[in-house]
Design a protein around this ligand. Sequence first.
Ligand code: PEP
Ligand code: MN
Length: 376
Amino acid sequence: MYFYLSQTMEKHFDIIPLNEWLPTGNFPLVISGPCSAESREQVLSTAMQLAGNPRVKVFRAGLWKPRTRPSSFEGVGIAGLEWLTEVKQQTGLLTTVEVARPEHIEACLKHNVDILWLGARTVVNPFSVQELADVLKGVDIPVMVKNPLNPDISLWIGALERLNKAGINKLAAIHRGFYYYHHALYRNQPMWEIPIELQRRIPGLPVICDPSHICGRRDILHQVSQKALDLEMAGLMIESHVDPDHALTDANQQITPDDLNTLLNTLVVRQSRGNPEFETGLEMLRREIDKMDAELLDILSKRMKIVEEIGQYKKDNNITILQINRWNEIISDRLNLGSRIGLSREFLLQFLQLIHEESIIRQENIMGLKEAGEKE
Ligand code: PEP
Ligand code: MN
Protein backbone atom coordinates (compact mmCIF):
# COMPACT_ATOMS: atom_id res chain seq x y z
CA MET A 1 0.00 0.00 0.00
CA TYR A 2 1.31 3.46 -0.88
CA PHE A 3 0.77 6.19 1.68
CA TYR A 4 0.60 9.87 0.90
CA LEU A 5 -0.38 10.85 4.42
CA SER A 6 2.30 12.14 6.71
CA GLN A 7 2.34 14.51 9.64
CA THR A 8 4.77 16.86 7.95
CA MET A 9 3.76 20.41 7.12
CA GLU A 10 5.77 22.36 4.57
CA LYS A 11 6.01 25.57 6.54
CA HIS A 12 8.81 27.20 4.59
CA PHE A 13 6.71 28.04 1.53
CA ASP A 14 6.11 31.71 0.87
CA ILE A 15 2.93 31.94 -1.19
CA ILE A 16 0.82 34.94 -2.11
CA PRO A 17 -2.90 34.07 -1.87
CA LEU A 18 -4.53 33.53 -5.25
CA ASN A 19 -7.16 36.24 -4.76
CA GLU A 20 -4.39 38.83 -4.35
CA TRP A 21 -3.00 38.25 -7.83
CA LEU A 22 -6.01 36.83 -9.64
CA PRO A 23 -9.31 37.79 -7.98
CA THR A 24 -12.13 35.60 -9.27
CA GLY A 25 -15.13 36.82 -7.28
CA ASN A 26 -17.32 34.12 -5.79
CA PHE A 27 -16.81 31.52 -8.54
CA PRO A 28 -13.62 29.43 -8.60
CA LEU A 29 -10.92 30.38 -11.12
CA VAL A 30 -11.68 29.08 -14.62
CA ILE A 31 -8.87 28.60 -17.13
CA SER A 32 -9.89 27.40 -20.57
CA GLY A 33 -8.66 27.19 -24.12
CA PRO A 34 -7.51 24.57 -26.58
CA CYS A 35 -5.11 21.79 -25.77
CA SER A 36 -2.93 23.16 -28.60
CA ALA A 37 -2.84 26.38 -30.54
CA GLU A 38 -3.30 25.20 -34.13
CA SER A 39 -3.88 28.31 -36.20
CA ARG A 40 -4.51 32.02 -35.66
CA GLU A 41 -8.21 31.54 -36.55
CA GLN A 42 -8.70 28.61 -34.21
CA VAL A 43 -7.01 30.46 -31.32
CA LEU A 44 -8.85 33.73 -31.84
CA SER A 45 -12.30 32.27 -32.46
CA THR A 46 -12.01 29.99 -29.42
CA ALA A 47 -10.81 32.90 -27.29
CA MET A 48 -13.58 35.23 -28.49
CA GLN A 49 -16.25 32.68 -27.62
CA LEU A 50 -14.70 31.92 -24.24
CA ALA A 51 -14.41 35.62 -23.43
CA GLY A 52 -18.20 35.86 -23.77
CA ASN A 53 -18.34 33.83 -20.58
CA PRO A 54 -17.62 36.06 -17.58
CA ARG A 55 -16.42 33.10 -15.52
CA VAL A 56 -13.46 32.39 -17.80
CA LYS A 57 -10.54 34.52 -16.67
CA VAL A 58 -7.52 32.88 -18.27
CA PHE A 59 -6.95 31.55 -21.79
CA ARG A 60 -4.72 28.49 -22.12
CA ALA A 61 -3.04 27.10 -25.22
CA GLY A 62 -0.19 24.66 -25.63
CA LEU A 63 2.50 25.85 -28.07
CA TRP A 64 5.13 23.20 -27.44
CA LYS A 65 3.41 19.85 -27.08
CA PRO A 66 5.20 16.94 -25.42
CA ARG A 67 4.15 14.03 -27.62
CA THR A 68 4.83 10.36 -27.11
CA ARG A 69 5.74 9.79 -30.78
CA PRO A 70 7.65 12.37 -32.84
CA SER A 71 5.32 12.00 -35.80
CA SER A 72 2.43 13.56 -33.85
CA PHE A 73 1.61 17.27 -33.95
CA GLU A 74 4.19 18.93 -31.70
CA GLY A 75 2.68 22.40 -31.56
CA VAL A 76 3.18 25.60 -33.53
CA GLY A 77 5.91 26.88 -31.20
CA ILE A 78 6.90 30.56 -31.06
CA ALA A 79 4.51 31.54 -33.88
CA GLY A 80 1.59 31.02 -31.48
CA LEU A 81 2.84 33.74 -29.11
CA GLU A 82 1.71 36.45 -31.55
CA TRP A 83 -1.78 34.95 -31.55
CA LEU A 84 -1.85 35.00 -27.76
CA THR A 85 -0.88 38.67 -27.78
CA GLU A 86 -3.88 39.26 -30.03
CA VAL A 87 -6.09 37.26 -27.65
CA LYS A 88 -5.05 39.57 -24.82
CA GLN A 89 -5.67 42.70 -26.87
CA GLN A 90 -9.00 41.60 -28.28
CA THR A 91 -10.55 39.85 -25.28
CA GLY A 92 -8.81 41.10 -22.15
CA LEU A 93 -8.31 37.49 -21.05
CA LEU A 94 -5.05 36.62 -19.31
CA THR A 95 -2.92 34.03 -21.12
CA THR A 96 -1.10 30.93 -19.97
CA VAL A 97 1.27 28.56 -21.77
CA GLU A 98 3.11 25.36 -20.89
CA VAL A 99 6.86 25.85 -20.73
CA ALA A 100 9.35 23.01 -20.71
CA ARG A 101 12.64 24.61 -21.76
CA PRO A 102 14.39 27.82 -20.71
CA GLU A 103 13.94 29.12 -24.30
CA HIS A 104 10.17 28.70 -23.94
CA ILE A 105 10.21 30.88 -20.84
CA GLU A 106 12.31 33.54 -22.52
CA ALA A 107 9.97 33.66 -25.51
CA CYS A 108 6.87 33.83 -23.26
CA LEU A 109 8.35 36.65 -21.20
CA LYS A 110 9.18 38.62 -24.36
CA HIS A 111 5.55 38.28 -25.47
CA ASN A 112 4.07 39.14 -22.07
CA VAL A 113 2.37 35.82 -21.41
CA ASP A 114 0.70 36.33 -18.02
CA ILE A 115 1.05 32.92 -16.37
CA LEU A 116 3.34 29.95 -17.06
CA TRP A 117 2.72 26.31 -16.33
CA LEU A 118 4.94 23.26 -16.07
CA GLY A 119 3.54 20.07 -17.59
CA ALA A 120 3.31 16.63 -16.04
CA ARG A 121 6.19 15.29 -18.15
CA THR A 122 8.51 18.10 -17.07
CA VAL A 123 7.70 17.84 -13.38
CA VAL A 124 8.96 14.23 -13.26
CA ASN A 125 12.48 15.53 -13.95
CA PRO A 126 14.11 17.61 -11.19
CA PHE A 127 16.94 18.68 -13.55
CA SER A 128 14.41 20.21 -15.96
CA VAL A 129 12.47 21.85 -13.16
CA GLN A 130 15.65 23.35 -11.68
CA GLU A 131 16.72 24.65 -15.08
CA LEU A 132 13.38 26.42 -15.43
CA ALA A 133 13.50 27.73 -11.85
CA ASP A 134 16.96 29.17 -12.57
CA VAL A 135 15.73 31.25 -15.52
CA LEU A 136 12.81 32.46 -13.43
CA LYS A 137 15.03 33.92 -10.67
CA GLY A 138 14.09 37.55 -10.19
CA VAL A 139 11.08 37.32 -12.55
CA ASP A 140 7.69 38.27 -11.16
CA ILE A 141 5.30 35.92 -12.93
CA PRO A 142 2.75 33.38 -11.64
CA VAL A 143 3.64 29.73 -12.26
CA MET A 144 1.36 26.69 -12.07
CA VAL A 145 2.83 23.24 -11.57
CA LYS A 146 1.02 20.14 -12.80
CA ASN A 147 1.39 16.95 -10.83
CA PRO A 148 4.04 14.56 -12.17
CA LEU A 149 2.76 11.62 -14.23
CA ASN A 150 3.49 9.20 -11.41
CA PRO A 151 1.71 9.47 -8.08
CA ASP A 152 4.67 10.84 -6.13
CA ILE A 153 3.64 13.72 -3.91
CA SER A 154 7.26 14.55 -2.99
CA LEU A 155 8.17 15.10 -6.62
CA TRP A 156 5.25 17.51 -6.94
CA ILE A 157 6.21 19.34 -3.74
CA GLY A 158 9.86 19.37 -4.85
CA ALA A 159 9.00 21.15 -8.09
CA LEU A 160 6.90 23.75 -6.26
CA GLU A 161 9.75 24.16 -3.80
CA ARG A 162 12.38 24.75 -6.52
CA LEU A 163 10.23 27.52 -7.99
CA ASN A 164 9.43 29.04 -4.62
CA LYS A 165 13.14 29.07 -3.73
CA ALA A 166 13.79 30.90 -7.00
CA GLY A 167 11.44 33.62 -5.74
CA ILE A 168 8.20 32.59 -7.47
CA ASN A 169 5.52 33.24 -4.86
CA LYS A 170 2.50 33.49 -7.12
CA LEU A 171 2.34 29.74 -7.20
CA ALA A 172 -0.43 27.22 -7.87
CA ALA A 173 -0.63 23.47 -8.36
CA ILE A 174 -2.65 21.74 -11.06
CA HIS A 175 -4.10 18.30 -10.40
CA ARG A 176 -4.29 16.45 -13.75
CA GLY A 177 -4.46 12.88 -12.50
CA PHE A 178 -1.84 10.13 -12.51
CA TYR A 179 -0.73 7.64 -15.10
CA TYR A 180 -2.08 4.19 -14.44
CA TYR A 181 -1.49 1.17 -16.66
CA HIS A 182 -5.14 0.21 -16.56
CA HIS A 183 -7.43 2.71 -18.33
CA ALA A 184 -10.80 1.99 -16.84
CA LEU A 185 -12.95 5.08 -16.49
CA TYR A 186 -10.30 7.77 -16.45
CA ARG A 187 -7.43 8.58 -18.76
CA ASN A 188 -5.45 9.48 -15.64
CA GLN A 189 -6.47 8.27 -12.20
CA PRO A 190 -7.55 11.20 -10.03
CA MET A 191 -6.24 9.70 -6.75
CA TRP A 192 -7.94 12.55 -4.91
CA GLU A 193 -6.07 11.79 -1.69
CA ILE A 194 -2.90 13.21 -3.23
CA PRO A 195 -4.12 16.75 -4.02
CA ILE A 196 -5.97 16.75 -0.69
CA GLU A 197 -2.73 15.92 1.08
CA LEU A 198 -0.91 18.60 -0.94
CA GLN A 199 -3.45 21.21 0.19
CA ARG A 200 -3.00 20.07 3.77
CA ARG A 201 0.79 20.08 3.69
CA ILE A 202 1.20 23.45 1.97
CA PRO A 203 -1.42 25.72 3.51
CA GLY A 204 -2.45 28.53 1.21
CA LEU A 205 -1.34 26.75 -1.97
CA PRO A 206 -4.14 27.05 -4.54
CA VAL A 207 -4.83 23.70 -6.20
CA ILE A 208 -6.56 23.87 -9.55
CA CYS A 209 -8.15 20.75 -11.03
CA ASP A 210 -7.69 19.80 -14.68
CA PRO A 211 -10.69 17.51 -15.34
CA SER A 212 -9.83 17.30 -19.07
CA HIS A 213 -6.64 15.31 -18.59
CA ILE A 214 -8.11 13.27 -15.74
CA CYS A 215 -11.12 12.21 -17.81
CA GLY A 216 -9.75 12.01 -21.36
CA ARG A 217 -13.41 12.08 -22.47
CA ARG A 218 -16.27 14.56 -22.38
CA ASP A 219 -19.10 12.72 -20.65
CA ILE A 220 -17.57 12.67 -17.16
CA LEU A 221 -16.05 16.17 -17.11
CA HIS A 222 -18.96 17.54 -15.13
CA GLN A 223 -18.82 15.02 -12.31
CA VAL A 224 -15.06 15.37 -11.93
CA SER A 225 -15.34 19.18 -11.94
CA GLN A 226 -18.06 19.03 -9.29
CA LYS A 227 -15.98 16.73 -7.13
CA ALA A 228 -13.00 19.11 -7.40
CA LEU A 229 -15.13 22.02 -6.20
CA ASP A 230 -16.51 19.92 -3.35
CA LEU A 231 -12.94 19.23 -2.28
CA GLU A 232 -12.31 22.98 -1.99
CA MET A 233 -10.11 23.23 -5.03
CA ALA A 234 -9.40 26.78 -6.13
CA GLY A 235 -10.29 26.43 -9.77
CA LEU A 236 -10.65 24.42 -12.95
CA MET A 237 -8.59 24.18 -16.11
CA ILE A 238 -10.77 22.74 -18.87
CA GLU A 239 -9.77 22.34 -22.50
CA SER A 240 -12.05 24.01 -25.02
CA HIS A 241 -11.89 24.13 -28.81
CA VAL A 242 -14.27 25.58 -31.43
CA ASP A 243 -14.21 22.27 -33.31
CA PRO A 244 -13.20 19.63 -30.74
CA ASP A 245 -13.71 16.63 -33.01
CA HIS A 246 -11.07 17.95 -35.38
CA ALA A 247 -8.59 19.09 -32.74
CA LEU A 248 -5.01 18.08 -33.53
CA THR A 249 -4.43 16.94 -29.94
CA ASP A 250 -6.72 15.56 -27.23
CA ALA A 251 -9.78 15.61 -29.49
CA ASN A 252 -11.74 13.23 -27.26
CA GLN A 253 -11.67 15.42 -24.20
CA GLN A 254 -12.12 18.95 -25.56
CA ILE A 255 -15.50 20.69 -25.50
CA THR A 256 -16.91 23.71 -27.32
CA PRO A 257 -17.08 27.04 -25.48
CA ASP A 258 -20.88 26.58 -25.45
CA ASP A 259 -20.61 23.22 -23.74
CA LEU A 260 -18.15 24.71 -21.28
CA ASN A 261 -20.73 27.35 -20.47
CA THR A 262 -23.37 24.69 -19.77
CA LEU A 263 -20.93 22.72 -17.67
CA LEU A 264 -20.01 25.76 -15.54
CA ASN A 265 -23.65 26.81 -15.17
CA THR A 266 -24.62 23.44 -13.77
CA LEU A 267 -21.85 23.24 -11.18
CA VAL A 268 -22.87 23.82 -7.59
CA VAL A 269 -20.50 26.08 -5.69
CA ARG A 270 -20.84 25.34 -2.00
CA GLN A 271 -19.57 27.42 0.91
CA SER A 272 -16.82 26.11 3.13
CA ARG A 273 -18.67 27.38 6.24
CA GLY A 274 -22.36 27.51 7.08
CA ASN A 275 -24.47 29.67 9.40
CA PRO A 276 -23.89 29.49 13.20
CA GLU A 277 -26.74 27.02 13.70
CA PHE A 278 -25.26 24.70 11.06
CA GLU A 279 -21.77 25.06 12.57
CA THR A 280 -23.07 24.08 16.03
CA GLY A 281 -24.83 21.02 14.62
CA LEU A 282 -21.69 20.06 12.75
CA GLU A 283 -19.56 20.52 15.86
CA MET A 284 -21.81 18.10 17.79
CA LEU A 285 -21.55 15.43 15.12
CA ARG A 286 -17.78 15.91 15.00
CA ARG A 287 -17.51 15.38 18.76
CA GLU A 288 -19.28 12.04 18.26
CA ILE A 289 -16.77 11.09 15.57
CA ASP A 290 -13.88 12.06 17.88
CA LYS A 291 -15.28 9.82 20.59
CA MET A 292 -15.76 6.91 18.21
CA ASP A 293 -12.26 7.29 16.79
CA ALA A 294 -10.86 7.09 20.32
CA GLU A 295 -12.87 3.89 20.89
CA LEU A 296 -11.77 2.49 17.54
CA LEU A 297 -8.08 3.10 18.34
CA ASP A 298 -8.52 1.57 21.78
CA ILE A 299 -10.07 -1.57 20.27
CA LEU A 300 -7.31 -1.77 17.66
CA SER A 301 -4.66 -1.50 20.33
CA LYS A 302 -6.33 -4.26 22.37
CA ARG A 303 -6.58 -6.42 19.24
CA MET A 304 -2.86 -5.97 18.59
CA LYS A 305 -2.07 -7.03 22.16
CA ILE A 306 -3.94 -10.29 21.58
CA VAL A 307 -2.12 -10.71 18.27
CA GLU A 308 1.14 -10.48 20.21
CA GLU A 309 -0.09 -12.97 22.77
CA ILE A 310 -0.87 -15.38 19.94
CA GLY A 311 2.60 -14.69 18.52
CA GLN A 312 4.22 -15.66 21.79
CA TYR A 313 2.08 -18.78 21.98
CA LYS A 314 3.06 -19.76 18.42
CA LYS A 315 6.70 -19.14 19.20
CA ASP A 316 6.61 -21.29 22.33
CA ASN A 317 5.04 -24.10 20.31
CA ASN A 318 7.16 -23.64 17.20
CA ILE A 319 4.22 -22.81 14.92
CA THR A 320 4.36 -20.67 11.74
CA ILE A 321 3.19 -17.06 11.92
CA LEU A 322 0.78 -17.33 9.01
CA GLN A 323 -1.87 -19.99 8.63
CA ILE A 324 -3.48 -19.44 5.25
CA ASN A 325 -6.70 -21.21 6.25
CA ARG A 326 -7.24 -18.94 9.17
CA TRP A 327 -6.55 -15.85 7.04
CA ASN A 328 -9.04 -17.13 4.46
CA GLU A 329 -11.67 -17.58 7.13
CA ILE A 330 -11.12 -14.08 8.46
CA ILE A 331 -11.48 -12.55 5.00
CA SER A 332 -14.73 -14.29 4.11
CA ASP A 333 -16.24 -13.90 7.55
CA ARG A 334 -15.45 -10.18 7.85
CA LEU A 335 -16.60 -9.46 4.29
CA ASN A 336 -19.90 -11.20 5.03
CA LEU A 337 -20.36 -9.37 8.27
CA GLY A 338 -19.34 -6.05 6.71
CA SER A 339 -21.69 -6.36 3.77
CA ARG A 340 -24.60 -6.87 6.18
CA ILE A 341 -23.81 -3.65 8.01
CA GLY A 342 -23.13 -1.42 5.03
CA LEU A 343 -19.34 -1.52 4.73
CA SER A 344 -18.04 -1.74 1.20
CA ARG A 345 -15.99 -4.69 0.06
CA GLU A 346 -13.23 -2.45 -1.32
CA PHE A 347 -12.90 -0.60 1.99
CA LEU A 348 -12.95 -3.81 4.05
CA LEU A 349 -10.32 -5.47 1.86
CA GLN A 350 -7.95 -2.56 2.33
CA PHE A 351 -8.71 -2.35 6.03
CA LEU A 352 -8.17 -6.07 6.60
CA GLN A 353 -4.97 -6.01 4.61
CA LEU A 354 -3.65 -3.16 6.72
CA ILE A 355 -4.49 -4.88 10.00
CA HIS A 356 -3.08 -8.15 8.78
CA GLU A 357 0.21 -6.59 7.68
CA GLU A 358 0.63 -4.95 11.06
CA SER A 359 -0.29 -8.19 12.86
CA ILE A 360 2.35 -10.12 10.95
CA ILE A 361 4.98 -7.48 11.74
CA ARG A 362 4.07 -7.68 15.44
CA GLN A 363 4.39 -11.49 15.43
CA GLU A 364 7.65 -11.33 13.49
CA ASN A 365 9.04 -9.02 16.14
CA ILE A 366 8.08 -11.52 18.79
CA MET A 367 9.69 -14.37 16.86
CA GLY A 368 12.78 -12.19 16.57
CA LEU A 369 12.53 -12.09 12.78
CA LYS A 370 13.44 -9.12 10.62
CA GLU A 371 13.22 -9.02 6.88
CA ALA A 372 16.54 -8.58 5.09
CA GLY A 373 17.30 -4.93 4.62
CA GLU A 374 14.60 -3.83 7.05
CA LYS A 375 15.58 -0.89 9.21
CA GLU A 376 15.99 -1.40 12.93
C1 PEP B 1 -1.91 19.94 -21.51
O1 PEP B 1 -2.32 20.64 -20.59
O2 PEP B 1 -2.34 20.01 -22.68
C2 PEP B 1 -0.90 18.90 -21.21
C3 PEP B 1 -0.01 18.50 -22.08
O3 PEP B 1 -1.07 18.45 -19.98
P1 PEP B 1 -0.24 17.41 -19.06
O4 PEP B 1 1.12 18.02 -18.86
O5 PEP B 1 -1.07 17.40 -17.83
O6 PEP B 1 -0.23 16.10 -19.78
MN1 MN C 1 -4.18 18.41 -23.64
